[in-house]
Design a protein. Sequence first.
Length: 409
Amino acid sequence: MAEFTMELNDEQKEVRDWLHGFAADVIRPAAAEWDEREETPWPVIQEAAKVGIYSLDFYAQQYFDPTGLGIPMAMEELFWGDAGIALSIVGTGLAAVGVLANGTEEQIGTWIPQMYGDATDVKVAAFCSSEPDAGSDVASMRTRAVYDEANDEWVINGTKTWATNGGIANVHVVVASVDPELGSKGHASFIVPPGTRGLAQGQKFKKHGIRASHTAEVVLDDVRVPGSCLLGGKEKLDERLARAREKAKAAGGERVKNAAMATFEASRPAVGAMAVGTARAAYEVALEYARTREQFGRPIIDNQGVAFQLADMRTQIDAARLLVWRASWMAISGKRFTAAEGSMSKLFASETAKKVTAQAIQILGGNGYTREYPVERMHRDAAIYTIFEGTSEIQRLVIARTLSGMPIR
Ligand SMILES: Cc1cc2nc3c(=O)[nH]c(=O)nc-3n(C[C@H](O)[C@H](O)[C@H](O)COP(=O)(O)OP(=O)(O)OC[C@H]3O[C@@H](n4cnc5c(N)ncnc54)[C@H](O)[C@@H]3O)c2cc1C
């Protein structure tokens, strides 16, 4: 197990500088255009694929970095470039992690390459869990998967919503209930292969921010997938369900609920790192502006009212990064989150990004409020971090329950 460190090693610094170069030279210059177009920035994804940033190899290398700092460092740099474009680049990785974490070796080898495609023909993947009536309350999921034993197929029916890359993905990872009595313990994940009949894109959402990332409903109408598309395989699922049924029986048949989504604890620091990237980007623009903009015959940073805001912004960004790095190190080291440290990092970093980007607009005055400068886009983008992968309220619920051991509602 690697010791916790607050310093990147030489190899990590090299990767960070390479990513920063891509973010500065390719992502940031394209940000305003794709924000206005509200479309997936395919040419930028293709550029990222050409240099090796959009690939399973790169993602896996960072994911398995024994210090735990690979993913947070990569996320911070890419999202520093632009949140919407960066989400289009890393969205596939989020779906791939579902397969890496739960799939068999054969499933990983078969499906993950198809999620990425290659530099001449890039593809994306989608992770579909949320539903119109099951957002924070994951246990209320209605999408059902029923096993057709005669054909060794699963039949999936339901409507997913808010899916990043939903409908445009080559491979969809769909979470469905195989035993509604068990609540979230009765969920299983399925691969829906390219071109499967019955899967269609519903509404594409017009959003407040991260507009270069595609978000849509996914409708599943009698979607049939082979038995081999159940992630982890049937035997493992049957064993897990049997254990969950035993537990439910011992609890007097009470439906097992998991509104707190504690299972996402380990992936939350990655979202915290995205928020740190956006916050840092806005802070840097504000610092530079405050140094150069003159009013009353002196730079506006000469006023404590402005300088102290910048001091607070930087302090909070650094504190957020430390929480993110701690949780990422704990996750890779297999340390138990005894105080919901993953949720803590996501909560603090996402609230920081919202606050810091709003302060950046204020420091830029009228210019901050226009699309001539990037901070208004960064502020719109930052609003997503307190919502997806569990809202701030849900993070607080997870932390409070973990600390108290009480079923706080
Ligand atoms: C741009 C975008 C991309 C997304 N990408 C994906 C994706 O790729 N895949 C996917 O599966 N999902 C995705 N999501 C869904 C996202 O994870 C959900 O929006 C989020 O979990 C919240 O669910 P909800 O929108 O239904 O809000 P709700 O659960 O309806 O919450 C509404 C409000 O009520 C509060 N609330 C709810 N329950 C409680 C409680 N018990 N205590 C206190 N407050 C509470 C919430 O905090 C929130 O403020 C995405 C969402 C967006 C907007």
